[in-house]
Design a protein around this ligand. Structure first.
Ligand code: ZN
Length: 298
């Protein structure tokens, strides 16, 4: 297949009249590539982090206002924790604990399940703007991430769901295609509908093949909803974006206390801070000085 330029990232939904189903499809190649460049991930880490970011984007898109969802895969594999946070404005950020760790591919595919590593847990933290965030933990099913998330949605949120996530890493280690699909049977879904959805998902095949063929998120919607009339709906552009910056760094320093902070300054000559989510680095030459970006990706 001749390489195509990456299509812009897009989230699409489906308007399905009179049927209790929610479907969202997203292309996230550009956001996943940004994450790869920020963190310098190995191919397997690129795939795992990309799947996590895509999953956080899909779930984050269902929230409102300042709410957020944080997904943490905590397995026993070489990557350490794989973490992603999504928001309703379609920004995502995330990281892998050991971004440079890698595994040999299995059956011609990047071994995401092995690199995440079962047994383990998926921890979901939903900040809905209430006093306490909602935290839920489920055991990993396979570490392949889509299946783990579907299991969380069924057991913790009682929503029968199918989740497809895919990241295709090119030989030059860049992200050639990435995206995902979320299908949920809502309360009131009849048996005929759920059977049709399950059959469609069984036939879906590879998410990234659909995207690499240039069909976009609509191609994924059309496959998920085959035999069910729908209208696609454009929901916006996902972005890999972190909100770390002077305000948060000052809050962290304040929590440390002025004596500790001054101690660090005396010892090191400056205070350095690194954001796990975007690998952004910041420094400050005195307690009164402004934070400056010292490296890493914004
Ligand atoms: Zn950051």
């Amino acid at each position: 297949m001749t390489p195509r330029p990456r299509a812009p990232d897009r989230l699409a939904g489906a308007l399905v009249e009179g049927r209790a189903v929610l479907v969202r499809a997203v292309a996230t190649s550009a956001a996943c590539e940004e994450a790869r460049l920020a963190h310098g991930t190995s191919p397997t880490a690129t795939a795992a982090l990309g799947r996590a970011l895509t999953a956080a984007l899909l779930l984050g898109s269902l929230l409102k206002g300042r709410q957020s969802v944080l997904l943490q895969w905590r397995g026993e594999g070489v990557l350490g924790p794989v973490v992603a946070e999504g928001r309703p404005d379609l920004t995502v950020r995330g990281y892998a604990g050991n971004p440079r760790a890698d595994l040999p591919s299995r059956g011609g595919k990047l071994d995401v399940g092995g690199a995440v590593g079962c047994p383990g847990t998926l921890v979901v933290v939903k900040d809905l703007g209430l006093r306490e965030p909602y935290v839920s933990t489920v055991p990993l099913r396979s570490g392949e991430m889509g299946e783990d998330l579907a299991y969380y949605l069924l057991t913790s949120e009682q929503i029968p769901s199918a989740v497809g996530l895919g990241v295709f890493v090119a030989p030059d280690r860049s992200v050639a295609a990435a995206g995902g699909l979320l299908v949920q049977a809502l309360p009131g879904a009849d048996e005929e509908l759920t059977a049709q959805l399950a059959e469609n998902m069984g036939r879906l095949g590879s998410i990234t093949e659909v995207l690499r063929a240039g069909e976009g998120p609509e191609g994924l919607l059309a496959r998920a909803l085959e035999g069910i009339p729908f209208r696609p709906e454009q929901l916006g552009t996902p972005r890999f974006l972190c909100r770390c910056g002077p305000d948060r760094l000052d809050a962290t320093l304040a929590a440390l206390g002025p004596q500790e902070a001054q101690g660090l300054l005396d010892e090191e000559g400056e205070i350095r801070a690194r954001c796990a989510f975007c690998a952004g680095e910041w420094r400050k030459a005195s307690l009164e000085a402004e934070w400056e970006r010292a490296g890493g990706k914004a």
